[in-house]
Each structure stands twice: as C-alpha cells, then as structure tokens.
Design a protein around this ligand. Structure first.
Ligand code: ADP
Ligand code: ZN
Ligand code: ZN
Length: 787
C-alpha cells in the first residue's frame, strides 16, 4: 500500500516556466515514509530533488505534503525509476525538497518495516523513533572545511617559493589516511610558521578543500575514576563454554539465552564476545536497562574498550552529546555502543553482535507509539543482519525461557558465582509473627513499622561489623493510601480523575499531601473522614515512611542520619542520572552505610561490602491484577538478593512477607529459577496466556464513558470479523484501572497460539481504517503491563 503525492494543477498563468529550456520529466523517484500518522506501508512517491542529488534508502528528507505543501520530514524507503509511479503522470509528482545527511543503514529500514507491521505503527513514525531527536535537530552539528592533497599531482609540480616547496614535500610524507586535515593543523604539522604556504598550495590547486561534518559536544562519559583498566580475569569453565559456543555462531543469526545466577560473571562473557567481534572489525551493541540506573555496568564496558571507542546512549545526555555519540556509532568510529532501549537502533555500519543484558527488564518495552520491546526487536535485527544475539539474565523472562526450552534459543548456563563466592542465604520471615514479637517487646502492636525484629537486629549486626546494607521497598511515597479507621464506614481516599487511591507524600517544609501516581493530581492530606468524621489513618508503607523509621530507630544507636550516613533512593529523590551516580559513588566509598529504596536498587549493583539485603515487603507486586505478578515478584526478590554476598562475607538476605508460602517468594529464596519457571509456564499455558499463547491488547480511551464503550465495540467487531478461529477475542471490558486522568478505558484482548493469527486479526481492520493508533486508541502487541 502506498500513495502518490502529486502536484495539484496550478491555476493558469501562475507558473512562469521558461519555454526556452523545456523541463525534463523527472526520471528518478523515491518512496518516502513521512513522520506522520499516515499508515501507508510503502510510503508516498516523490520525484528526486531539483538538484538531482542522488538519494539513498534510509536517508532523511524534507518533502511537500498535502494541499498546502507543508514541509514534512520523512525517510526514503525505496529508490527507483518510473516503476514507482504505478502509471501516475511523472510530471505531476511532487519533488523531494531537500535531503539531510542523516541516514539510517538499510537493515534498519527493513527492521522498521517489520516493526510497522508487527506493532501496528505507521512506518514513518517507526523510522522517526529510530533517530534521536537531537540528531534530527542537528544539535551541536556544524560543517568545517579541511584540506587534502589532490590525487596524483603532476610529478614536476613546483610550488614556486622555498617555504611552499618545503611544506609540499612534508605533506607528501603524511600518510593518506590522516587526511583531510584542517588548514591550521596542517601548517603546524609541516612545521610552517604561518598559514601562508598552505594557502599558496590551495591556490595552486595542489590541496583541495573538503567539508566535513562534526558534532561538538562534551564527552559523554561520567566516569571520573576512569574505571581502572583491570586485567581481565581468567574465565571459569562455564564462562569459557559460553564464550566459545557463542563465538562459533558469529556471522550467522543465532539467538542465545545466557542464564547465570547473580554474580556469575555474565558481563565478563559479553566482554569476551565483544573482543572477538571487534577483532573481526565489526561493531557490537549492548543494551542495558535504563543505563542511568546501571552506571556500574556501563563503566565496565568503557574501561575495557575505551581504546576502541565506546558510544554511550542514555537519557541523561545533552542533545549535543547524544548527537555526537550517534555520529560515532554511524561512522563506525565507535566499535561498541552501550545504551538503553533505543540503542537497539544504533546505526552501526557493520554489526557483529547484539547483547541484551537483564533481558527480563520491563524498561525494554516502550509504552508509547511504537510500543516495541527492544529485546524482541534485537532478535529481529540480529536475524536481518545475520548476527548472533545474546540475551542474559539471572531471571529470564518466561518468553525467553520458553524459547530456550523449545530450542528456538540456545541455552548457556552459569550455575555458580565466580571466584568461589557462594549465593547468599535467604531467610523468609513472616511479618505476622514479627509483629507479634514486637508487640510482646513493646506492649503495643506497632503495626505501621516496616522493619521487624529479625531484620532490625540483622541491620544492627551488619553495620556494627562494618558492613553495608540495602533495603528494598518497592513503593514510593509515605503511605500507599488513606482510609477511615471504621470498617463499617469503609471510606478510602481516591483520585477524582482516576480509579486509583491517592498516595501520601510527606516532604520536609511542606504539609503532608496526597498525590495520584497516575495523573499526578495533588491535594492536602485530609485529617478526618469526610463521611463519618473520624480521624483518618495512613496505611501501607512507602519509602518515605521507611526512611523516617530508620532514622527514628537507628539514628542514635547506629548513627544513621538521612543524607549523611544513609540515603533513600527512588525516583522522587533521584531526579537526574547524576544524582544516582553521585550517590553510588558515596556508597562505594563507604560514606553511606545503608540504602533504602525502590527497585532501582535491584539493578546490577556490585559492591563487595554489601553483607545484608532486606526486602521490607515482598508482597507489593503479588496482589497486582496482572498475570505477570508472580514473575515480577520472583525477579525482584532474586535480583535484590543478588546484591548481597559479593565479597568474602557470604551475605545475608531477609525477606519480610505476609505470604511466606507464596511459591514466587519461597522459590526465589531457594534460588530455584527452574522450578519456578516450570510451575509458572504450566499455569500460563493452562490459562492460555503468554508466552505459549500470544497476546495483543487494544485500549480505547475517551472522556465520555459511552463514547469509549461504543468505539471499543466497533473495533472489537472489526477484529472478530477478521480473526481466524485460532484467535480468542475478549471484550471490550473496562480496564483494571477503568479511569485514568478523566478518561474511561476499555480493553479488547486478543489471544492466539501463534503470532501470525494475531497479526492477521489486526491487519485487516487496520487496512480498512477501522483500527488506527491515535490519541484515543492504543494498540499494544505483546503487552508487558495489563492494568
Ligand atoms: P553478573 O553480571 O552475572 O551478575 P558480573 O559479571 O557482574 O556478574 O560478575 C561479578 C563479579 O565477578 C565482577 O566483579 C566481575 O569482575 C567478577 N568476575 C567475572 N568473571 C570472573 C572470573 N572468571 N574470575 C574472577 N572474577 C570474575
Ligand atoms: Zn489520578
Ligand atoms: Zn469514615
């Protein structure tokens, strides 16, 4: 499907054409996918630009669009002759206005086509996503003029003056690969005292000017320590087997799953593989979840490959730096690209390997158009470019584990920690018994405390012995909701605009307030129940309350003072990436003895002095109405536990829970991924859920309840009409959170035993214009959250 942008016939007399030079009909044409919501799988046809500059697939161009010929950006997706016209009059086809130097390599254009079909997103919008905004806006980019000698100058060429002659002789000694060189640098290099001799050589035609595009930006590297270039350790036999096995597949498409317990040296496996890849003069892309949260991992790549050029792409970069890093990847100057989700689109010219670290991480899924999953896109890109892809995790996603179990992926296993380190011992403590104990000690229930006696004494022991501790509480704010203490009344403070509870926040110098975590609405914390007038209670502890409790209980005994000797880590305190880097540096130096925070702390931290990890409440994600709730709980407990025992001390992990028999918690404590996965996959399969069954979701939202319902019904009908018998279509039904920001939300869910059936069921209504991703409608293929 494609369209033709044609020129509307100009009114007679408006066009002054010079008859003496008849306009030749254009002979070269391109198809352009414009960065708009136009859902044409093959773009619009345009004639080449007036300048006759040849265009290439992947190039970003400006074209006239629509009646008013407004300038629109787009990407060339096909180049050809009149066959692209489909019989349309070549004289009436509009011309490309201009072409930029930004160009995506062809395999990325192919990848974009796949994404456009698979994720139901207009092709131009997918292509636009592949290029960072800073690159599109040319932030920091400028062209400069440099010099190079003309090829094959005449042997008897005589520059005339002795200084020019000396300069010329010196220039002939410079290796060809060093050119072009800026005039000033060239003068300096040939020992000239001023630019005179160089200018003369330019005038005589012996040197010629070339324009070079550069990006000026500060370096992207945050590492002040320079991350000492540690000598690579000797591989363990398991690491060695994985490196050798995966190396054998270089040059072919091969997906690998590297499952290694926390601290088993997965990163070292990636590093060795990348060494092999750069030896072949190819590039590697390494995806890490939210790089701002994993500075330690990124630093290790920088330290090992600094000499080869590492481009780092993360959200904390300034526009100019981002642009520079992208240019370094595109030119092949950086052999290794490390970045978050969007780095899967790094425009490296000669890809050799893709690594997806912590492949189970939710941040790989983009929650806006195009709703792609970077891990899955990485696998498709690897197949397009015929390279291996390595997915690594201590807690693989059920999707990847299923693929490994069914031999679609090759499985490599690192079952033990390196250097003889043991897995930490994990104790599950039942918070109901803990509270009883505390009552016996103090005579009152102290039900609002988040730290039970077992964990409290472990904190004391650890810190007194000079160790450090990490406490996880995956809930921001002070309390998760406000309610009436009278169960007959039952009042709970909800958000006016959403079907959610308001979360209590307490900031210093501010009266306590409540905030909706969905629409961000805020109001002051009410003191009494509006229905019966009783004094409200604040239930469900968040990180702010835990922080207060720590200072109250351990401030004098252990000297724990917030901001000085311990810190809270969540997205409220860590506003910028640098806040987190600074904090981790202080933790690394031992200035901070304890960190308490959300799942940010579960990601990739490797500090040998962390001897205690406490999970304050393992149940935060268990009750969520999402079929991945157990998987998430298992991952979170396993990952955070993995931060302990990375030094000589074996490390202790204490998991507080109200449901100690919950298999996700019990099996995580036993480090038993396989049993967990086996059970979980069986349950999913029996309920016809992913990974064996594939899923897509269409969410319709509208301020008007009935309009949302009706629109959703129309879409559901079109999908049902197009679906084959393998597809189960459910809904429309109100979403678990039925209203967000004053919009009612309805979901249609599609399930099928194969992705093709889902694709077909969505494709037909899409082509017919009945299903369109827009402000009212979200199409989510392979959703990771179903609220
Ligand atoms: P993972 O990514 O599996 O959690 P890491 O790659 O972070 O594990 O490795 C944990 C620690 O062990 C790191 O400090 C790393 O430098 C070190 N390490 C990795 N491989 C080896 C090895 N073969 N011998 C000794 N130490 C190693
Ligand atoms: Zn709200
Ligand atoms: Zn009440």
């Amino acid at each position: 499907m494609h369209g033709v942008e044609c020129i509307p016939m100009p009114p007679a007399g408006l066009f002054e054409t010079d008859d003496s030079t008849p306009q030749d009909a254009p002979t070269s044409f391109v198809r352009v996918a414009v960065e708009r919501s136009l859902d044409l799988s093959d773009g619009l046809t345009y004639a080449g630009p007036e300048s006759n500059q040849p265009l290439a697939v992947g190039q970003r161009v400006t074209v006239p669009l629509g009646r008013g010929d407004a300038a629109a950006h787009g990407f060339v997706v096909a180049v050809g002759g009149p066959e692209l016209l489909d019989g349309f009059d070549p004289n009436k086809v509009k011309r490309v206005r201009s072409a930029s130097s930004t160009r995506l390599p062809e395999p990325l254009v192919e990848l974009a086509r796949w994404m456009s079909t698979y994720y139901c997103c207009p092709l131009g919008m997918v292509l636009a996503t592949m290029v960072p905004a800073a690159v599109k806006a040319s932030i920091g980019r400028r062209t400069i003029t440099k010099l190079e000698p003309v090829p094959d100058p005449p042997a008897d060429f005589d520059p005339g003056t002795p200084t020019a002659r000396a300069a010329w002789d010196a220039i002939r000694q410079i290796p060809a690969g060093d050119f072009p060189i800026a005039a000033k640098d060239l003068a300096h290099r040939v020992g000239a005292t001023n630019a005179g001799p160089i200018n003369k050589l330019v005038k005589l035609g012996a040197l010629r000017e070339v324009t070079v595009e550069t990006v000026r930006a500060p370096e992207a590297f945050w590492s002040e320590s320079g991350a000492a270039l540690a000598a690579p350790p000797e591989l363990t036999p398991d690491q060695h087997a994985a490196v050798e096995g995966i190396t054998r597949t270089l040059g072919t498409f091969a997906p690998h799953l590297l499952r290694g317990v926390t601290g088993s040296g997965k990163t070292e496996v990636y590093l060795r593989l990348i060494e092999r890849v750069v030896e072949l003069d190819k590039s590697a892309i390494v995806l890490v979840p939210e790089i701002a949260l994993t500075p330690q991992t990124a630093e290790r790549f920088l330290a090992r490959f600094e000499h080869l050029g590492v481009a780092v792409l993360h959200s904390g970069l300034t526009g100019a730096t981002r642009n520079k890093q992208w240019a370094a990847a595109a030119s092949g100057a950086a052999k290794v690209v490390v970045g978050a989700r969007s780095a899967v689109f790094a425009p490296v010219p000669d890809l050799g390997l893709i690594v997806v670290d912590e492949e189970h991480d939710q941040s790989y899924k983009q929650d806006q158009l195009p709703r792609y999953h970077a891990r899955d896109v990485a696998v498709v890109r690897a197949s397009i470019e015929h390279v291996p892809v390595v997915l690594g995790s201590a807690t693989p996603s059920m999707e990847s584990w299923h693929n490994a179990q069914t031999d679609r992926y090759t499985l490599w296993h690192l079952p033990a920690r390196v250097a003889g380190l043991r897995m930490p011992a994990v104790e599950i403590v039942d918070m109901r018994t803990e509270r009883k104990k505390r009552r016996e000690q103090h005579g009152d229930p102290r039900t609002l405390e988040s730290i039970g006696p077992t964990l409290a004494s472990a904190i004391e022991q650890t810190l007194t012995a000079g160790g450090q501790a990490i406490l996880l509480l995956n809930r921001r704010g002070f309390a998760s909701y406000v309610a009436c203490p009278d169960s007959n009344c039952g009042w709970v403070l909800g958000c006016d605009s959403c079907d959610t509870r308001m979360v209590v926040h307490r900031a210093q110098a501010r009266r306590a307030y409540v905030r909706c975590h969905h629409c961000l609405a805020e109001q002051l914390l009410p003191k009494t129940c509006p229905t019966c007038g009783k004094k409200v209670i604040e239930l469900g502890s968040g990180t702010q309350r835990a922080e207060q409790e720590i200072e109250r209980r351990f401030g004098t005994t252990l000297g724990l003072i917030e901001g000085e000797t311990f810190a809270r880590v969540d997205s409220d305190t860590m506003r910028r990436a640098s806040d987190y880097f600074d904090l981790l540096a202080r933790f690394g130096r031992g200035e901070l003895k304890l960190l308490v925070g959300t799942q940010m702390l579960a990601k990739g931290l490797d500090y040998p002095n962390v001897r205690l990890v406490g999970v304050l409440n393992a149940d935060t994600s268990i009750g969520v109405p999402d079929f991945r709730a157990c998987e998430r709980t298992f991952q979170l407990v396993t990952q955070v536990a993995g931060r302990a025992g990375r030094g000589r001390d074996p490390g202790r992990v204490i998991v507080q829970t109200m449901s100690p028999d919950e298999p996700a918690i019990r099996l995580a404590a036993q480090h038993d991924f396989e049993t967990f996965a086996k059970r979980e996959l069986a349950t999913r399969h029996a309920s016809r859920l992913p990974p064996r069954w594939r899923m897509a979701r269409v969410i319709v939202r509208d301020r008007d309840h009935d309009a949302a319902d009706e629109h959703a019904r129309g879409i559901a009908q079109a999908i049902r009409a197009a679906a084959d018998e393998a597809v189960v279509v459910q809904g429309p039904a109100p979403c678990p959170i039925a209203r967000v920001a004053e919009h009612f939300r309805f979901a249609i869910e599609l399930f099928a035993p194969n992705p093709k059936s889902i694709q077909r069921a969505l494709a037909a209504p899409r082509t017919a214009g009945l299903l369109k991703a827009d402000a009212r409608t979200a199409i989510d293929v392979d959703p990771v959250a179903v609220l």
